[in-house]
Design a protein around this ligand. Structure first.
Ligand code: URA
Length: 231
């Protein structure tokens, strides 16, 4: 994006006003004074200051975070830190967390400013599959595959769970794909077949896969392809 466009879109100033600021030497790009309005800027990586104040890149933001144990996917529960505390962006507490992982679940969390996009991820109507990797206390019997596929009545719920895909990958390990996100759903589904989830990790949401280069607590911006993959 051109520098003058970036400046006017991330402030309330017109392009004309922005060009005046540039002429007056009031804009820095990665610490260097810049005056050329047609200069190309990278919206994600460049640090742009106007009159000494950092500007937030215009447009919606879409991030993936590798959630560690011990933090929550709400803004604050008074006991555990929020996943948003890892996000080093202005007004991070206004971001939307797309669906919740339990405090003892790790893995992929999507975070955005775009409420409609978040809704497409969380609404069961959109059938966006969430892939979980599970380690259980006891061996997982083969007939669990059919039980997950047929849907289950879970205690305190009024409707059956939607069909879920269960792939047993080792005697006490499996992958589960859910298209809904009920409270403690994976743990309760394994509970319903008399087993217990010992470890739970979310590896993907639709075609967005947790980036292996992200350490626990690290995040990165999504690519356009990842953003557009959520329909
Ligand atoms: N199901 C659970 O039980 N816990 C999670 O964190 C996510 C899905």
């Amino acid at each position: 994006m051109r520098l003058d466009k970036y400046l006017s879109q991330s402030t309330d100033y017109s392009r004309k006003e922005v060009r005046r600021f540039l002429k007056m030497g009031e804009v820095t790009l990665n610490g260097e004074e810049v005056r050329d309005p047609s200069m190309h800027v990278n919206e994600v990586e460049d640090e742009i200051y106007l009159n000494g104040y950092p500007l937030e890149a215009p447009g919606e933001k879409y991030l993936m975070l590798n959630k560690p144990l011990g933090c929550v996917c709400s803004n604050n529960d008074g006991t555990h830190p929020s996943v948003l505390s890892f996000i080093d962006l202005p007004r991070a507490n206004e971001l939307v967390i797309c669906g919740r992982l339990d405090v003892d679940t790790t893995g992929l969390v999507l975070i955005t400013t775009d409420g409609k996009w978040a809704h497409r991820i969380t609404s069961p109507k959109h059938k966006t599959g969430k892939l979980y990797q599970v380690v259980t206390a006891d061996p997982i019997p083969e007939d669990a595959v059919d039980k997950f596929a047929q849907g289950m009545m879970l205690i305190n719920d009024k409707v059956r769970t939607k069909p879920a895909e269960l792939r047993i990958t080792a005697s006490n390990e499996a992958e589960v794909i859910l298209t809904e996100g009920r409270y403690h759903q994976v743990k309760r589904m394994f509970g319903a077949i008399g087993n217990k989830v010992e470890e739970l990790h979310r590896a993907s949401i639709g075609n967005i896969h947790l980036d292996e280069d992200l350490e626990l607590g690290e995040y990165r911006f999504l690519t356009d392809q990842e953003i557009n993959s959520i329909q």
